[in-house]
Design a protein around this ligand. Structure first.
Ligand code: ATP
Ligand code: MG
Length: 404
């Protein structure tokens, strides 16, 4: 038996893969954005759950930015960042301060205290930034812009090429008309007006496909402010690399049939590739003599590890509707209200009227299972969800038959 080392595959949220396959075009396009003299376009990176947005941003875009002499600041956006305009400003300044704390400027003359060299320097800490922010005249957007422009001037003098504000999970962005708070509008306005005044800040927002429509809803000019990069399945070559490369220095590898079965079962989606490969590897460690891939068992485990949690939160009637959508031929692309109404008449569920469907879909959107695309059609927000739903319904149909 050959020596088997630790399992290299990393299914997870934001876990760097052992080998980040493909995505060359996206990285090249991101680099182009760093070459803009005047920043006219910012970047949105979207895709369904588990398509590799977070790792692409952390492992590739960040490195590309740093290689180009840019500073990278940012973190995850949380709902709380968009509760109020103040929260958003605190978020941005907190993230910026991680970088600016290492910058310092001369203190204005007349400061009390010993006049040592160190004493004449003032670090741009978070406290400094928030004091500066508070002292600026105007509205929140003016204060934020003035503070960021001030930081840019200092950074530029130190040789910085630009500053990327990179935010993950950015689909939570929103305005709060009910509370008269417009944090998203402030975010967009601030970046747009700073960029017009030649400050080199680039905004990179990463999240589910609902992100871009939300931005445009807040400020129509957002449509022109961003390039949207949408990532999904890996190309067949990249999927093959994602499967094979992690084992390149290992004593064994997948057979060509093994690779194609994993490609097929994962449909090229990065999370599923990592999941299936990891399970297969563990199976091999536990059963060194059995070199086959127990795909059925792995898919069942995937159903319970990845999909079931999302399914639990759905009511019976909502499940029926999801089943109808999953039975459509092009379920994995997009579907409309009328298609669901039509197909529901042919399936063994209580038929849906258009009113029912348009009432239920928003609930499913809230639960993060479905989203509305730019053409006003609906899509599953989770890759390969339709297959899971059909498996669920098939097994319950079989169970029912057992009790007849
Ligand atoms: N290009 C790639 N090659 C190989 N594996 C990848 C690639 N991209 C992502 N993965 C793997 O897929 C999984 C999901 O990646 P990641 O968490 O970045 O997805 P995501 O799009 O951010 O998902 P979510 O929407 O849930 O935040 C991780 O286990 C990661 O290691
Ligand atoms: Mg992510």
């Amino acid at each position: 038996m050959k020596q088997i080392d630790a399992n290299p595959y990393t299914p997870g949220a934001g876990h760097s893969p052992p080998y980040l396959a493909g995505r060359h075009e996206e990285v090249a396009a991101f680099r182009e954005h760093l070459n803009q003299d005047l920043i006219l376009k910012n970047v949105i990176l979207t895709g369904l759950r588990g398509t590799g947005k977070t790792v692409l941003m952390d492992d590739k875009y960040k490195v590309a930015a740093q290689e180009a002499g840019w500073i990278w600041v940012g973190s995850d956006f949380a709902e709380s960042s968009f509760l109020s305009e103040t929260n958003l400003c605190v978020r941005l300044l907190t993230d910026l301060a991680v970088f600016t704390s290492s910058l310092s400027i001369g203190k204005p003359d007349g400061t009390l205290g010993f006049d040592t060299k160190q004493n004449r320097q003032q670090s741009l800490s978070y406290d400094f930034l928030s004091t500066y922010f508070a002292a600026q005249p105007g509205l929140m957007v003016d204060k934020l812009r003035a503070t960021l422009e001030f930081v840019w001037e200092v950074a530029r003098e130190r040789g910085t090429q630009g500053i990327v504000f990179a935010y993950d999970e950015a689909q939570v962005v929103r305005d709060r008309e009910d509370k008269d708070q417009y944090p998203l509008a402030i975010l967009l306005e601030t970046f747009q007006s700073m960029q017009r005044r030649k400050a080199k800040y680039l905004l990179l927002l990463t999240g589910l496909p609902t992100l871009f429509p939300k931005l445009v809803e807040s400020r129509t000019y957002a449509e022109r402010m961003f390039t949207v990069q949408e990532i999904g399945r890996l190309s067949p070559d990249a999927a093959r690399e994602a499967i094979e490369m992690p084992l390149r220095e290992r004593p064994w590898k997948f057979t060509p049939e093994g690779v194609s079965r994993i490609m097929e079962a994962s449909d090229g989606y990065p999370y599923f590739i990592q999941f299936i490969c990891r399970e297969t590897y563990d199976h091999l460690v536990a059963n060194p003599r059995d070199l086959s891939i127990p795909l059925d068992a792995i898919i069942r485990k995937l159903d319970s590890d990845f999909f079931s949690g999302r399914w639990e939160s759905v009511t019976d009637r909502q499940r029926d509707l999801l089943f109808c959508a999953a039975k459509l031929e092009h379920a994995d692309e997009e579907f409309s209200i009328s298609e669901i109404v039509e197909i529901s008449k042919q399936l063994e569920v209580k038929p849906f009227g258009p009113g029912d469907v348009s009432q239920i879909l928003p609930r499913l959107i809230e639960k993060g299972l479905v989203y509305k695309n730019r053409l006003g059609k609906y899509c599953f927000a989770v890759p390969m969800f339709s297959g899971f739903i059909r498996r669920r319904f098939m097994s319950s149909e079989q169970q029912l038959r057992l009790f007849e």
